[in-house]
Design a protein around this ligand. Structure first.
Ligand SMILES: [Zn+2]
Length: 629
């Protein structure tokens, strides 16, 4: 008999709906509360700045206050969908506790923001900001916590990990910083600096609504993971117990050093010849301190490699020294505060403090603005109390100062992308910062670069270059050789750099010939500069010209300290990693290079086994981008 197709279709659909209904019934039975501990959690989200306090700006085109509010709104929706109770400290473009007619620009509503968290009994507090740095190559989101707030530290690590899973994100590690707002909250509280307005790369992303959504999604996942995890495993594996003496070593024979910034990293700068005229025996501590501060605020001269720690427009007005306490009065208008950002404030304050701490008599520094005590310079770092020499969370390393008290180690994994996948899978499961150096033009180049970036590892290009001796077949496709003209080199490097997605820098594969010749390595570095890449000199030749050239061309650079696997045995590799730790303990930081491919599994095993040993020595693992000069 002929059946009416319409009826049959209707019956089929009906069965489907009934099945779907039954399925949903069962699916709904799955208790959501055991999977999700966000239910009922009170989360206070604090979009930084607002109203006349604009926060950082890029020539008045991009405003920090607008981006923080946009991400806060996205984040609020996502958290509410997870069952959290969300409260925003501000829901529009205004300053807290301020009348609409007030023109006051100084960010002095921080106490009101703290009050919102306390009044609402927040379980979690997340403040959102955009950073700004005098170091133009600084990029990536960084999550900050208060040194003494262990749950804040744990929350920060969870959020940082999720943000680093955004493939295009420049990978960074979470840090303790002395934020005014964080110093006043006891619950798990963090400041998320979403990126740098001073970085061209970050700026481009930060204004995209799709990227803002991605960041909100990552922060939400980080918070959720923290809530699900916090009662089970404590992620804060190693607490700050530095076995490394991070206090300032004072040399009583010298005049105060000044802390200027090279374009890329904070570095010591010896006092210039004007200081030579000072009579050490007759000048008082106060006079020495005053002279040092005058020079610090004036900034570096006669060299374009250094940029000032104290931005233009901030003046030095007065200094008082009474006993161990130095009180520094700065002159500052609202215009300057727009340019600072958290990192700008950190650089200004730590350079002042470090400069004065070179004088052994001074142990505390109080910073004032226009003769008055203030909460912050521009809404971030706490200056309501003196900065103490004993509490300064900084490490003095060879040629610089760095944030955090622990010596830092970066491990780079060379030869990724090749057909021999030895160790790649194992490396991709190491739960610490690693840098994957991916060779271009190989069958696994793209795939491995994407995998690494998505799992939160830093990616750089491992650029093959001709060695003095060695087989051409070791080089692989796209190598830079001595037969090429400068134009050919530039073209080839551009092509190679484009082959490795999400790369932020490069290092040389072999290259003892190319790196030692100015005419060959210069065109390579020109392309790096044009791409905003940093360079890691693998040091395959002691005649390498990479570092002096990078310095003179204004490219961020660093160099390898130790090869980890020239002998392919786990024991040898572990010994090399131990040496790497010792080097970091002695110098503040160290960089090691290992390989995948032949012996790769052994290398991964050695790293995994040595992580707890090295961390017990006080080592912190970081990404290369945090160790650049
Ligand atoms: Zn801010």
């Amino acid at each position: 008999m002929y059946k009416r197709p319409k009826l049959r279709l209707f019956m089929i659909l009906l069965v489907c709906f009934v099945l779907a209904g039954i399925y949903n019934l069962f699916a709904a039975k799955e208790p959501a509360s055991t999977l999700n501990d966000m239910q009922g959690k009170i989360v206070v989200i604090d979009p930084g700045h607002g109203g006349n306090d604009t926060g950082c700006t890029d020539n008045n085109k991009i405003w920090e206050k607008n981006i923080t509010l946009a991400v806060a709104r996205e984040l609020a929706q996502l958290l509410e969908a997870e069952g959290a109770v969300v409260k925003l400290t501000r829901s529009g473009d205004y300053q807290l506790g301020r009348k609409w007619f007030s023109l006051k620009k100084n960010p002095d509503d921080l106490d009101e923001r703290v009050a919102v968290a306390l009044k609402n009994n927040a379980d979690i507090f997340v403040s959102l900001h955009i950073n700004c740095s005098p170091k133009r190559n600084r990029a990536g989101a960084v999550v900050f916590y208060n040194q003494d707030n262990k749950s804040g530290q744990c929350l920060a690590r969870h959020i940082q990990r999720e943000l680093n899973h955004i493939p295009e994100m420049v990978k960074r590690t979470s840090r303790a910083r002395d934020y005014y707002i964080l110093n006043r909250l006891k619950m798990p509280a963090v400041v998320v600096e979403l990126g740098y307005i001073s970085s061209a790369k970050d700026r481009q992303h930060l204004i995209e609504p799709a990227y803002q959504k991605k960041m909100a999604r990552s922060i939400c996942t980080g918070i959720t993971n923290y809530c699900n995890d916090s009662h089970k495993v404590d992620l804060s594996v190693n607490t700050e117990t530095p076995t490394y003496d991070s206090t300032v070593q004072v040399n009583n024979d010298t005049l105060p050093d000044l802390y200027f910034i090279p374009k890329t990293r904070t570095r010591l700068f010896m006092a210039s010849e004007e200081m030579d005229s000072i009579d050490m025996a007759n000048d008082t501590v106060k006079e020495l301190a005053r002279l040092a501060l005058e020079q610090l605020v004036d900034g570096p001269r006669k060299t374009d490699e250094l940029s000032p720690c104290i931005p233009d427009g901030i003046t030095f007005k007065n200094l008082k020294v009474s006993g161990p306490l130095a009180t520094v009065d700065l002159g500052m208008t609202n215009k300057e505060s727009c340019l600072l950002g958290s990192e700008g404030e950190w650089v200004a304050l730590s350079s002042i403090a470090y400069t004065l701490f070179e004088l052994p008599e001074i142990r505390e520094v109080q910073v004032m603005v226009n003769g008055k005590q203030r909460k912050t310079l521009a809404g971030h770092m706490d200056i309501s109390k003196p900065i103490s020499r004993d509490e300064l969370p900084l490490t003095k390393v060879a040629g610089g100062i760095m944030e955090g008290k622990k010596p830092k180690v970066a491990i780079v994994i060379d030869d990724c992308g090749q057909s021999n996948p030895g160790g790649v899978k194992e490396m991709l499961s190491i739960d610490r910062p690693l840098t994957f150096a991916v060779m271009p033009n190989l069958e696994n180049s793209r795939r491995q670069a994407v995998q690494a970036a998505e799992r939160g590892y830093e990616v750089i290009v491992h650029l093959p270059m001709q060695p003095v001796r060695g087989k051409a077949s070791w080089l692989g496709p796209g190598a830079i050789t001595s037969e090429m003209t400068a134009e050919e080199i530039r073209r080839e490097v551009r092509r190679n750099f484009a082959q490795v997605p999400y790369a932020t820098g490069f290092n040389n594969h072999m290259g003892s010939l190319v790196t030692s010749r100015d005419d060959l390595i210069r065109p390579v570095l020109e392309v790096a500069r044009e791409k905003g890449f940093f360079v890691l000199d693998s040091r395959t030749s002691d005649k390498s010209k990479i570092i002096p050239l990078a310095q003179s061309m204004g490219i961020a650079y660093t160099q390898r300290d130790i090869f980890l696997d020239d002998v392919k045995s786990v024991d040898h590799m572990k010994r090399q990693l131990d040496l790497l730790a010792d080097k970091a303990l002695a110098n503040g930081s160290a960089i090691g290079i290992g390989h995948v491919g032949m012996g790769g599994e052994k290398m991964a095993r050695a790293i995994k086994e040595m992580i707890p040993v090295m961390e017990a020595k006080g080592i912190e693992f970081v990404y290369l981008c945090e160790l650049l000069h």
